[in-house]
Design a protein around this ligand. Structure first.
Ligand code: ATP
Ligand code: MG
Ligand code: MG
Ligand code: MG
Length: 530
């Protein structure tokens, strides 16, 4: 059976919404240059933020597109899942349709159903939908309108209530917000479906019962109850000292007390469908990696490394690979995933570096190099060779990579050369430490983790990943202390990204964006850019 091609399926989505009066726009660059609260675009809606906030009028009332997204830092960070599961990526395409004060729930739901069941011909009884069940604590009502609309299309056992976390979207502390409805698909075999009903597995991290599409209905604006309320909220937020978990609770409570929801005069729709997951569904396969989006990359990687890809995955994301095949497969998936993030981010103007967005990319690149080295036996630069395959595959929709292919390859190769110089020694150092760490409670101390970072170029998350594979952990607090003490340049982005974005007030001024760090390696590379 030949697989549906990515370009065909993507085009079907765009054509469908064009036929419903949508204007098709190109993806915004993945790299965010003018928003200090967001390093990378992490959802299809992010580039349209100003339209939702009313800062700018939307140029069209209806828009559809495919947006390159990265979920590797801040609020949305899926990095740890990648490779271990088969449906979270660091970079993915979010297909979206938007209504800016135009159509609302009725049309959005009707079209989502029509597209999935009539154009893509997905089986109706494999689809599950959710609606917001309401929140007693803050008095937000259940979205029974959405629940009732779905009743025209499917049965009650497939229309499930969902909580605030999954079914209510907020932009930041204040601003437009509203309930959402998610569409999930059950791709399991019939025997498994007969044994356990799909509704029990929705939002339960089952690799074949996955969320494909989220439709957000922006009908409210969360507003301060007044100036004093805003001050009291900020005081609670900034005065808090304690763990991240407690902080979240305190901030949520303070927000509830000091804000209220006001109905928006113009209601909007914001949707996001994971393209790679849609491809899995329309291809009738059980992994995003078995689709035309990833197969050319996987086949190339397997051939180059002289390994076979079997498509096995651990039962749970937290499990370590049980067999050699699983180990190889994880590495192949990680590399096929990471090369997309690395290549497109560089093509969009962010070079690897030692700060902020640049460091996020360097970390991902080093993670990929380590997998190629340890699991696939690649002792020489290798990742850069995959770029032409990806560039060719994406040329029709994202031509920016092909246009800069030689430059992107050069950057990646230089990074690989630099890291491979210290990787082996660093790995040996970790191996040598293993026994004593195990004898001392299984935690790699902060000083050692810092030395690995400083001397061998191991980002903390790489050390943590290797530790996890050995059944050990890392004292991350201790690492941070060392880092502070040495006033390291390495900074990660976590602190600034607590929500999709925050409205920046003088009071709330974020870290100043320091611009693009060009360390020696990257500065040298700039020569190659035309
Ligand atoms: P999940 O619960 O599976 O992590 P999500 O609720 O975080 O998804 P949304 O923020 O609602 O995702 O994004 C809209 C859609 O984008 C999802 O329905 C899903 O299809 C897709 N998506 C989200 N995160 C990823 C990812 N890391 N890789 C691939 N697709 C993703
Ligand atoms: Mg998620
Ligand atoms: Mg979800
Ligand atoms: Mg969702």
């Amino acid at each position: 059976m030949s697989l549906p091609t990515a370009s065909h399926v993507r085009q079907q989505f765009l054509d469908f919404f064009a036929s419903k009066g949508h204007h098709i726009v190109p993806s915004a660059p993945i790299v965010v240059k003018d928003d200090p609260t967001l390093l990378f675009i992490n959802s299809g809606m992010a580039p349209f933020k100003d339209y939702f906030l009313g800062n700018k009028p939307a140029p069209y009332k209806r828009i559809a597109d495919t947006q390159k997204c990265l979920r590797v830092s801040g609020k949305h960070n899926d990095l740890e899942e990648v490779g271990y599961d088969t449906y979270h990526h660091t970079m993915f395409e979010m297909l979206g349709n938007w209504s800016f004060g135009d159509y609302f729930k009725k049309d959005a739901i009707a079209w989502a159903w029509e597209l999935l069941t009539e154009v893509f011909k997905l089986e109706k009884d494999r689809l599950y939908v959710t609606y917001f069940e309401g929140d007693k604590a803050d008095g937000t009502a259940a979205d029974s309108e959405t629940q009732n609309l779905w009743r025209q299309y499917t049965t009650d056992d497939r229309i499930l209530p969902g909580n605030k976390k999954d079914n209510f979207w907020e932009m930041g502390d204040t601003g437009p917000c509203g309930p959402c409805t998610e569409i999930h698909i059950d791709l399991r075999d019939n025997a498994e479906r007969a044994a356990t009903p799909g509704h029990e597995l929705v939002n339960a991290d089952h690799p074949q019962v996955v969320e494909v599409w989220n439709n957000v209905f922006m009908e409210f604006e969360r507003k301060w109850k007044g100036e004093a309320a805003q001050k009291s909220f900020l005081a609670a937020k900034e005065g808090f000292r304690g763990s991240e978990e407690e902080r979240k609770k305190v901030v949520a409570k303070a927000l509830e007390e000091n804000t209220h929801l006001v109905s928006l005069p113009a209601k909007s729709v914001d949707t996001g469908m994971g393209f790679e997951r849609l491809m899995m569904a329309v291809s009738g396969v059980k992994s995003n990696y078995d689709t035309d989006v990833f197969q050319p990359l996987i086949q190339f990687i397997a051939r180059e490394c002289g390994v076979q890809y079997h498509g096995t995955a651990p039962a749970k994301v937290t499990d370590q690979p049980a067999t050699e095949n699983e180990k190889t497969d994880i590495a192949v998936r990680v590399i096929a995933d990471h090369i997309r993030t690395i290549a497109f981010t560089i093509a969009d103007g962010q070079l690897p570096s030692n700060v902020k967005a640049g460091y996020v990319i360097r970390r991902i690149l080093r993670r990929a190099v380590r997998y190629a080295f340890s699991s696939l036996g690649q002792k020489q630069p290798f990742l850069y060779k995959i770029v032409p395959v990806l560039a060719e595959q994406m040329a029709g929709i994202f031509p920016e990579l092909k246009a800069q292919q030689a430059f992107v390859q050069r950057v990646i190769e230089e990074e690989e050369i630099a890291f491979l110089k210290t990787l082996e020694t660093g790995l040996r150092r970790l191996d040598a430490l293993e026994e004593s760490v195990r004898a001392n409670g299984g935690v790699i101390d902060g000083k050692t983790a810092f030395e690995l970072s400083d001397t061998f170029g191991f980002p903390l998350d790489l050390t943590a990943l290797i530790a996890r594979e050995k059944g050990l952990s890392v004292d991350e607090e201790g690492f941070k202390k060392e880092l502070e003490q040495q006033k390291s340049r390495s900074r990660n982005a976590q602190e600034t990204e607590q929500s999709d974005w925050v409205n920046v007030t003088e009071h709330d001024a974020p870290n100043v964006f320091v611009g693009y760090d060009q360390d020696e390696a990257t500065a040298r590379l700039l020569r190659y850019r035309k």
